[in-house]
Design a protein around this ligand. Structure first.
Ligand SMILES: [Fe+2]
Length: 241
């Protein structure tokens, strides 16, 4: 039996990757960067595999999609949300600091604080060799730094830190707009030109990007600060309590 269940799902509309990680022996599981529109699919997968969903992790407070975590907690009340200790959110969650480790059965998920895309961005190292890089390191690129307290200088430092991991470490980004699913640190060191720039070159390159804002930013950020719920849903949950 394989020692890890690891599944990667693509949300086609926002090119977002979501990850299911589980221990095949204990059946404990974690889901990383869920998308609200796909909650019924995740529920089906968790039930099909007979998993005990323990953690709902977020690499950061997303601007391009709404998290499914609130709805998932309705279905799996034992699942706890984990996100950066720096995230300015009020709902109950595990505040993750740099170096924090969660166990999913025997599988270890280690937290790296990698600010730059946002001030609270995390990268997760799963089972010592799979790096879930969120919007920090992309395949051939990196996340933008022009909103949500993004900072190119911090991104440069975060990328340096990830690039120093062993070459065979697998890289699973939070998005890929060309449907590339996985790379490695070694492959990125050779092919990602951002990783060989000086700090000044890197900052100038990111400054030149001039990207339009994400289509759903106005709805996504406020909803994600409420664990993926609308203010009306929060009010009706409070009224029921
Ligand atoms: Fe993002």
């Amino acid at each position: 039996m394989s020692r890890i269940i690891f599944e990667q799902y693509l949300d086609e509309e926002t090119s977002t990757y979501t990850f299911l990680i589980a221990d095949p022996k204990t059946r404990e599981a974690a889901l990383v960067d869920s998308v609200r529109e796909n909650v019924s699919f995740y529920k089906k997968r968790v039930q099909e595999l007979g998993l005990n969903l323990r953690y709902l992790l977020e690499t950061h407070v997303h601007a391009d999609h709404v998290t499914g975590n609130g709805l998932l907690q309705d279905a799996f009340p034992n699942a706890q949300v984990g996100l950066s200790e720096k995230a300015n959110v009020k709902f109950p969650h595990i505040p993750l600091a740099d170096g924090a480790t969660l166990k999913v059965g025997e599988i270890e998920i280690q937290t790296f604080y990698t600010p730059g895309h946002t001030s609270e961005s995390l990268t997760f190292l799963v089972d010592g060799n799979r790096l879930l890089t969120g919007d920090t390191l992309f395949i051939g690129s990196c996340g933008r730094t022009d909103f949500q307290a993004g900072d190119s200088k911090m991104m440069f430092q975060s990328l340096k830190r990830l690039a120093a991991l062993p070459a065979e470490t697998l890289v699973y980004p939070g998005h890929d707009y060309n449907k590339r699913w996985v790379s490695s640190i070694g492959e990125q060191l050779v092919s990602n030109k951002l990783l060989s720039m000086t700090e000044a070159e890197f900052i100038a390159e990111l400054d030149s990007w001039k990207l339009p804002p994400p289509r759903k930013i106005k709805e996504s950020v406020p909803a994600n600060l409420l664990n993926g719920r609308s203010p009306a849903e929060v009010r009706s949950a409070e009224a029921r309590a």
